[in-house]
Design a protein around this ligand. Structure first.
Ligand code: ZN
Length: 415
């Protein structure tokens, strides 16, 4: 039975699934398990099953990029989609609203390393689209240095963890690795004697040894009531997830003001941008100045594969870009090549590009006088704090990533 359209297949990514599809074997759920195995091996964070008129596209997100892995005919695609519905205990009948379920894998093997997955199914014109997300990627939450924050940044973070009270805010756009940074810190705190409580919407990863509370506005557990209950638990550290509206901003301030150490994330282009964001969310200059302990701003860049990266002439586009930014262009630059170890992608994993801002007395004075972002940034530069762009350029120079990766990030950074 040849029901497989391999024209678009990327065989090196799917060594377990492909032979199974080509054989007549159709044991219940076997294909879904093979696809999970392949996706995990390829270090994918998400699997997308996208229906089209005459096929179903299987795509994998690896290091932040979506890569097409396979096209299946409609019947095989429907079988695969149904297998995931069974695994996630979703209603087999497509609904108009998005359906969400989760499961752990491999199933029923006690003591083995389990992976948690979340499945979201949405009805589209061409059929049912499905997204499967690995909730606890194997390589996350190790130690602070593994984030790529550097010695100086790691020292700042450890100092903050040793102190009592104040806010640690991780800033960046969606998908910049903010949650990974916070969970890495949580993991460190878990190993110590501290009492840690989180209030999250949603709880993204479950960490043993930490009390995690899920915000549930429908049953009256919003940020305000949740904060009041969790303070009664007498925590040393509180993680409040994303600060995105006046309520969560006020809740964060109440926690920090009560002498607890507070961690949260915030949408902001760079470190000093959090001051404007907090002002927009209704906090006053005095409240911000009194509670802002440490700010980490970050972006993610793909990490060059160390086995095949090459150094060569600097491409013209990168030369022009560096020139426009007033940065002296180097003669040579690192390039992605591709080998067996990185599935031909040239990159393997991602790393953060960081800016760690520990406000000084001078900075607190500037905030109190309602200084704007530009003045705060000037003060940082004058003190020689490494800004995100500089950290990115250093990592490109060291061959950790490419200048092109930093360019993609730099396009949205203030100069
Ligand atoms: Zn390679």
């Amino acid at each position: 039975m040849s029901d497989l359209t391999t024209r678009h297949a990327t065989p090196h990514l799917l060594p377990t699934l492909l032979p199974l599809l080509e054989s007549a074997a159709q044991e219940e759920g076997l294909e879904a398990h093979a696809l999970l195995e392949d996706a995990l091996r390829a270090r994918a964070s998400d699997i997308h099953l996208d229906p089209h008129q005459e096929s179903l596209r299987v795509r994998l997100r690896i290091d932040g990029r979506v890569i097409e892995a396979l096209r299946l005919d409609v019947a095989t695609g429907a079988r695969l989609t149904n297998q995931f519905k069974v695994l996630a205990r979703l209603n087999p009948v497509p609904s108009l609203a998005a359906a969400e379920g989760s499961f752990s894998w491999p199933p029923g093997e006690e003591g083995s390393e389990e992976t948690f997955l979340r499945v979201t199914a949405v009805s589209c014109v061409a059929g049912e689209k499905m997204a499967i997300r690995f909730l606890a990627p194997p390589d996350t939450f190790r130690d602070i240095l593994s984030l790529g924050v550097g010695e100086q940044g790691a020292r700042g973070l450890r100092r903050w963890m040793d102190a009592t009270g104040g806010m640690l805010l991780v800033a960046g756009p969606t998908g910049s690795g903010k949650t990974t940074t916070l969970y890495t810190l949580l993991n460190q705190l878990r190993l110590g004697e501290s009492h840690v409580v989180t209030l999250e919407d949603p709880v993204e990863y479950e960490i043993p040894g930490i009390n995690q509370i899920q915000v549930d506005e429908a049953s009256g557990l919003d940020f305000a009531t949740g904060t009041r209950s969790l303070l009664r638990l007498d925590p040393d550290y509180v993680l409040i997830g994303e600060i995105r509206d006046p309520d969560s901003a006020r809740a964060a301030l109440n926690v920090a003001g009560s002498g607890r150490s507070l961690m949260g994330t915030l949408h902001s282009r760079d470190a000093v941008g959090v001051v404007s964001s907090l002002r927009h969310l209704g906090l006053g200059d005095a409240e911000i100045s009194a509670n802002l302990g440490l700010v980490v701003a970050q972006r993610l860049v793909r990490r060059l594969c160390e086995h095949c990266r090459e150094r060569g002439a600097l491409p013209e586009r990168e030369r022009e870009w560096l020139g426009a930014m007033g940065v002296a262009p180097p003669e040579q630059a690192w390039h992605a090549v591709g080998c067996r170890r990185c599935d031909g992608l040239g990159f393997r994993g991602r790393t953060g590009v960081f800016e760690v801002w520990q406000p000084t007395d001078e900075d607190h004075g500037l905030i109190l006088r309602h200084a704007d972002e530009a003045s705060l940034r000037r003060a940082l530069k004058a003190r020689g704090v490494t800004l995100m762009l500089q950290d990115g350029l250093t990592k490109a120079d060291q061959g950790v990533t490419t200048l092109r990766e930093v360019l993609r990030m730099g396009a949205i950074l203030p100069g």
